[in-house]
Write a protein that binds this ligand. Structure first.
Ligand code: HEM
Length: 525
């Protein structure tokens, strides 16, 4: 039943437990199977009979083994672990998790690449997903972030266009640098995140060696009804380590599941990866006057203004026993925010609050939250009933409506509630004000923080990908690089020229795309 408190995610159930050697093979109904070698036929050389239920069940189940892969972040690996609070923050939040230093809580992490499908290589240049689910006593808290502190776009209505530009070309079925740089060049708010991706951090050595970020502005609220805007940071204790494009290319050929294996094997060896958990905190009133719009996902909050406050750590110490049950069916959702946690007016975050649960209902089914890996460790008492694959007791004969006179659950009516959010203005489709249109200052600072070696590698990384796109796409994008820093634009141009002049271009030099969109929007060969 859903309110069984004794359950722990990943606890072996009968289906998970290894069977003793020689245990009787049965069909899905528990009937003993006489032969798993020979189908039932009419005569020694005759055709198969329809009454061979074992065979039919095997074929039919096999045809339905796949659920749709995630539309983004399809390839990911993960592990269970322990989230530990090192500093209590009751002054910021009523969340039970953060009331006492030393509190520990079971959790799940899933790391992923974004644009490729489930069979893609782990070492491609791409952001990495960094999704956490903490099974707190107040319910599940999910923080679904990336390994970069900013994102490409800042309005959810542009997310689908952005992702289409990263996925496969409609004619060729291949990923296309032209589509990517065309979109990025037309949307200058993307340049900050793009610089991260074409810098060294665009290919982490493996999931253990990268930081994670909530990226969005979230909030926390306390018992006095005060709200604080918060950015979440997860710093790897293994040290940030990256692969060069040459190393990544080689590994992709030898072991496309390299990051999967690295995480799994480290945990098996008892080398549990750890991350430090910190927050930046902005009192609610400051959000109105701070010189950067704190709800613009393409910008960071400088640490000089909002220093990091360390409040916890987590380690991953248990591999899943079954990848499909515990990682493929894991359903992370930014809307999982127990009491004391909250959202913010960040438009992208608002979009995500709807999108993930919707995706899970499609991908896994309406009862996804009751699956062991997604089930809260706290009691779950809803009036949701029935639906496909209701595999638990469906609340038995408990009341199915509220209010009722028969003892069903009632809303807590807590004295302490999330403080109201003040909203004013007319409903309209607002553009970003002029003051938010500085796309280049923060990427410029990021570029100038890079060592000369990293700058040189970044020039090459851009050049290899941008160099094969049509001239108008290239020129438009180089114009943005010039504005980030003239040395960046210059460095990338020089690299492109060198590659074009190379009489024997290396296999890594991607300099032409045969299929692309012409400027007029038609496909050209
Ligand atoms: C996965 C939508 C922005 C991080 C997904 C999925 C969807 C989605 C539909 C697949 C969910 C599933 O099938 O399980 C969106 C939309 C966005 C957005 C509509 C913007 C409006 C972001 C941003 C981040 C992010 C800004 C990071 C800061 C992730 C991660 C996953 C994911 C890490 C994989 C979660 C897992 O491991 O299962 N996103 N996304 N997304 N997204 Fe987003």
């Amino acid at each position: 039943m859903s309110d069984d408190k004794s359950f722990k995610p990943s606890e072996p159930t009968d289906m998970q437990a290894p069977k003793p050697a020689g245990a009787a093979l049965t069909n899905a109904q528990g009937d003993a199977v006489a032969s798993n070698e020979n189908s039932l036929t009419a005569g020694a050389r005759g055709p198969v009979l329809l009454q061979d239920h074992h065979l039919l069940e095997r074929m039919a189940h096999f045809n339905r083994e796949r659920v749709p892969e995630r539309v983004v972040h399809a390839k990911g690996s993960g592990a269970f672990g322990t989230f530990r609070v090192t500093r209590a923050i009751p002054e910021l939040t009523v969340a039970k998790l953060f009331q006492q230093a030393g509190t520990e809580c079971r959790m799940l992490a899933r790391f992923s690449t974004v644009a490729g499908e489930k069979g893609y290589a782990d070492t491609v240049r791409d952001p990495r997903g960094f999704a956490l689910k903490v099974y707190t006593e107040d319910g599940n808290w999910d923080l679904v972030g990336n390994n970069t502190p900013v994102f490409f776009v800042r309005d959810p209505v542009k997310f689908q266009d952005f992702i289409h530009s990263q996925k496969r070309h409609p004619a060729t079925g291949r990923r296309s640098a032209t589509m990517m740089f065309d979109f990025w060049g037309l949307r200058p708010e993307t340049v900050h995140q793009t610089l991260y991706i074409f810098g060294d951090r665009g290919i982490p050595r493996s999931y253990r060696f990268m930081n994670g970020y909530g990226s969005h502005t979230y909030s926390l609220w306390n018992a006095q009804g005060q709200r604080f805007y918060v950015k979440w940071h997860f710093h790897t204790q293994q040290g940030v380590q990256n692969l060069t494009e040459e190393e990544a290319t080689e590994i992709a050929g030898i072991n496309p599941d390299y990051a999967f294996q690295d995480l799994h094997d480290a945990i098996e060896r008892g080398e549990y990866p750890k991350w430090r958990v910190s927050i930046q905190v902005m009192p609610e009133a400051e959000a109105e006057t701070y010189h950067i719009n704190p709800f613009d996902l393409t910008k960071v909050w400088p640490h000089a203004d909002y220093p990091l406050m360390e409040i916890g750590e987590f380690e991953l110490n248990e591999n899943p026993r079954n990848y499909f049950a515990e990682i493929e069916q894991a359903a992370f959702e930014p809307s999982n925010m127990p009491r004391g946690f909250g959202a913010s007016p960040d438009k992208m975050l608002q979009g995500r609050l709807m999108s993930y649960a919707d995706a899970h209902r499609y991908r896994i089914g309406i009862n996804y939250a009751a699956l062991p890996v997604n089930r809260a460790a706290s009691p779950v008492n809803t009036y949701n009933r029935d639906g496909q694959t209701r595999f638990d007791g469906n609340y038995g004969d408990a009341p199915v409506y509220e209010p009722n006179s028969f003892g069903g659950p009632v809303a807590s009516g807590d004295a302490v509630q999330e403080p109201p959010i003040r909203i004013d203005g007319n409903a309209d489709r607002y553009g970003w004000p002029q003051t938010d249109e500085d796309y280049y200052a923060q990427p410029g600072a990021l570029y100038r923080l890079m060592s000369p070696d990293e700058q040189a590698r970044t020039h090459g990384n851009f050049a290899r990908n941008l160099g094969g796109t049509p001239a108008f796409v290239q020129e438009r994008y180089l114009g943005h690089l010039d504005k980030i820093d003239p040395a960046l634009g210059r460095g990338v141009r020089e690299q492109i020229e060198q590659m074009k002049a190379d009489p024997a271009p290396s296999i890594r030099t991607i300099l032409s795309e045969t299929h692309t969109y012409a400027a007029g929007g038609r496909l050209s060969a």
